[in-house]
Design a protein around this ligand. Structure first.
Ligand code: TRH
Length: 393
């Protein structure tokens, strides 16, 4: 009797569902999309995303069709999570379930999780904070009050013992290739600003921020600066103030304007990977929220953070915590100048550009060193995948 053919060892990919509710702007979907791509592309997971606002998603990835209830982008399934109770047609529960930023899973989905033969590994992915308490709460389990389910709190952070922040495996190589290629940079300037790259004497600044009264003074300082300032402004919430400064009705993508030493270009909002190139062509980056704040750190250039404002100034300890990580190794005068500037940009005082520029060599060196330090905490997607695997064994 012939022997039965041997079955190849089954290697089924880990299935993962990510739920993302877009509160506002682009940070929620920005983080979830980046995480989804890493889990699929770098860890071989089978990822499905539930997203309640496909318009915000489409801005980050033009391949997303806002009319489709279900679509596949690359190897990631995207479901339009259009009503709180809906969670896919089949209610097929994944091995790993990520609830982004406490967005609350549909009750029907939680009930299906509880019915699953093996309970899924369930994460609540929190917002990033550099505060010390984060390490104490990272990976704390919390039993569900009614079902036999455990939710684990996953805290991104800037220090040891936290979940870290997202960083693709090829990010440093992408940046090094771009920086090493004058052609790639010249092509960037031509496509985005219809002009040649500025001379090396110019200071290039990218400006991504919420509405900010401090920008009026800063624009005046740039106009009066001794050297040339080239300002790159992705179309968005601060564009109106830039337009007013130049006496223009708007500062929409493709616009250019000059006053004194300041030459400004308005850029179209790019798909997400293109945002990194904006950071890499700039000498100093103004960033906001969460994801651009992280990307600026990986860009290894000095940056100024417009933190997402919260009620009762709850964001200010987070601003100081980030400064404590980032600036602690700077000499006192440079540290104080950076801290003054960040606070002024977040509502406390007037930003002093000359004061900041005085410390530029130290700030440049610190930005590069910090990118190394931060990398030692590990990449968030890798940290999450590792932990999930220990739970799935
Ligand atoms: O847009 P943000 O302010 O987003 C958020 C949300 O407000 C959220 O509710 C809040 O909780 C969180 O901040 C802290 O900033 P963020 O996080 O930097 O997200 C912007 C995303 O947009 C980021 O992924 C980079 C991307 N982006 C592009 O893809 N193209 C662009 O041209 C620009 C300027 C940004």
């Amino acid at each position: 009797m012939p022997s039965a053919p041997t079955q190849p060892a089954q290697t089924t990919a880990i299935a993962c569902d990510i739920f993302c509710a877009v509160i506002d702007n682009f940070g929620d979907i920005g983080v979830c999309w980046r995480l989804a791509r890493q889990l699929a592309g770098e860890h071989g997971w089978q990822v499905r995303m539930f997203v309640d606002d496909l318009h915000a998603f489409h801005k980050l990835n033009p391949l997303v069709d806002v009319k489709h209830a279900r679509q596949t982008i690359g190897d990631i399934v995207v479901e339009h999570w259009h009503e709180p109770a809906h969670a896919g047609d089949t209610l097929e529960v994944a091995d790993v379930v990520i609830e982004a930023f406490a967005c609350e899973l549909p009750h029907a989905y939680i009930a299906a999780m509880a019915r699953r033969e093996r309970a899924p590994v369930w994460f609540n992915l929190e917002y990033l904070s550099g505060e010390d308490w984060v390490a104490d709460f990272h990976l704390r389990p919390s039993p569900h009050p009614r079902h036999a389910l455990m939710k684990t709190f996953f805290f991104p952070g800037l220090g040891k013992g936290t979940g870290g922040v997202l960083k693709e495996r090829n990010l440093d190589a992408r940046r090094a290739a771009f920086e090493a290629s004058p052609d790639a940079r010249a092509a960037w300037w031509q496509t985005k600003t219809s002009s040649a790259p500025p001379t090396q004497h110019a200071t290039v600044v990218s400006l991504f921020a919420y509405e900010n009264p401090a920008v009026d003074s800063l624009l005046e300082q740039w106009r009066d600066a001794r050297g040339e300032i080239v300002l790159l402004v992705p179309e968005g919430r601060i564009s109106g103030a830039v337009a007013r400064f130049f006496g223009l009705p708007s500062f929409a993508a493709g616009a250019h304007a000059t006053r004194g030493s300041l030459r400004a270009h308005a850029l179209a909002f790019t798909e997400q990977p293109g945002y990194d190139e904006l950071l890499w062509v700039s000498d100093i980056n103004f960033v906001r929220g969460e994801d651009s704040f992280v990307r600026a750190q990986w860009a290894a250039r000095p940056f100024v953070w417009h933190i997402y404002p919260q009620a009762d100034d709850a964001h200010l300890p987070k601003l100081d915590a980030a400064l404590a990580h980032y600036a602690h190794a700077l000499p006192a005068a440079a540290r104080a100048a950076l801290s003054r500037f960040w606070h002024a940009w977040n509502g406390n005082g007037t930003p002093d550009w000359a004061d900041l520029q005085r410390h530029r060599p130290l700030l440049d060196a610190r930005a590069a060193a910090w990118a190394h330090e931060l990398a030692s905490v590990g990449d968030l997607a890798g940290n999450l995948a590792e932990f999930a695997k220990t739970q799935l064994k």
